[in-house]
Design a protein around this ligand. Structure first.
Ligand code: OAD
Length: 235
């Protein structure tokens, strides 16, 4: 893998061993909440309190967990390769805390909050910022309410131009811990393959887009990814 242009896409599965629930596994987040009640702009309009409390709980939980060996393995890969891009669908900060330096958070971040009026984002993770009351911005003359800095269903994922540039020119595309249900992320493996990349999957079970991968490694990312990274760097 040395000398190659490598792009990695991660999903909720990489944070599962850190104790963050995935979305679609048994007892995943979407078993207990309906997407349309907490993860759409319409939900924020209709019942902002429910949506706010849902994300405040996620933000509080993030402080209680830490990165696992899979996050650390990707940080190692980044540090050893000259051309490496990490894209994550995850809104947690475990890649950052696992040592990754450059991360595209295509579905937003829990750490930051976004002013509803100006769209400006701020890191707001102090203890007072994690309670269930609504928060207000520091950017507007008349302070406005902030919303979670999350890409909801029906909204455009972030940094898509950068993502498609990276996918269109990579030699190897690796997906870790994603079920392949949510587009456009789920379509990146087939786009990378069409552009000539080798596609590799590391996932607990076969995802619905499993046929897009040239190489499949089934198991827990925290157990198998460190060994794979070791092998890839030795090749
Ligand atoms: P999902 O919950 O849909 O899928 C998680 C995948 O990780 C499943 O295929 C699991 O088999 C796998 N998995 C579970 N534990 C694992 C482990 N220890 N090691 C490796 N794999 C494991 O999560 P995503 O595909 O990330 O979007 O979901 C995509 C998007 O749907 C999320 O970003 C979120 C959600 O709705 C938004 O909120 C916008």
């Amino acid at each position: 893998m040395r000398g190659k242009k490598v792009v990695v896409l991660t999903g909720a599965g990489i944070s599962a061993e850190s104790g963050i629930k995935t979305f679609r596994d048994n007892d995943g987040l979407w078993e207990n909440y309906r997407i349309e009640d907490v993860a759409t702009p319409q939900a924020w309009q209709a019942d902002p309190e429910l949506v706010w409390k849902f994300y405040q709980a996620r933000r509080r939980q993030m402080k209680e967990v830490g990165p696992n060996p899979a996050h650390e393995a990707l940080a190692r890969l980044e540090s050893e390769l000259d051309d490496f891009t990490l894209i994550t669908q995850n809104v947690d900060d475990l890649h950052e805390r696992g040592g990754s330096l450059s991360i595209i958070h295509m579905h937003g971040r829990l750490e930051t909050l976004r002013c509803e009026k100006s769209g400006q984002i701020e890191v707001r993770m102090s203890d007072e910022d994690l309670e269930d009351d609504f928060l207000f911005c520091n950017c507007c003359a008349e302070s406005s309410r902030v919303r979670p800095d999350i890409v909801w269903f029906g909204e455009m994922p972030m940094q898509m131009d950068e993502i498609y540039d990276a996918i269109g020119s990579c030699d190897v595309f690796i997906v870790v811990g994603s079920s392949g249900h949510v587009y456009p992320a789920a379509g990146l493996a087939s786009a990378a393959r069409l552009a000539g990349a080798q596609t590799i999957l590391v996932n607990f079970e076969m995802p619905i887009n499993g046929y897009d991968f040239d190489e499949v490694h089934l198991g827990k990312a925290g157990e198998i990814l460190p060994k794979l990274v070791e092998k890839w760097l030795a090749e």
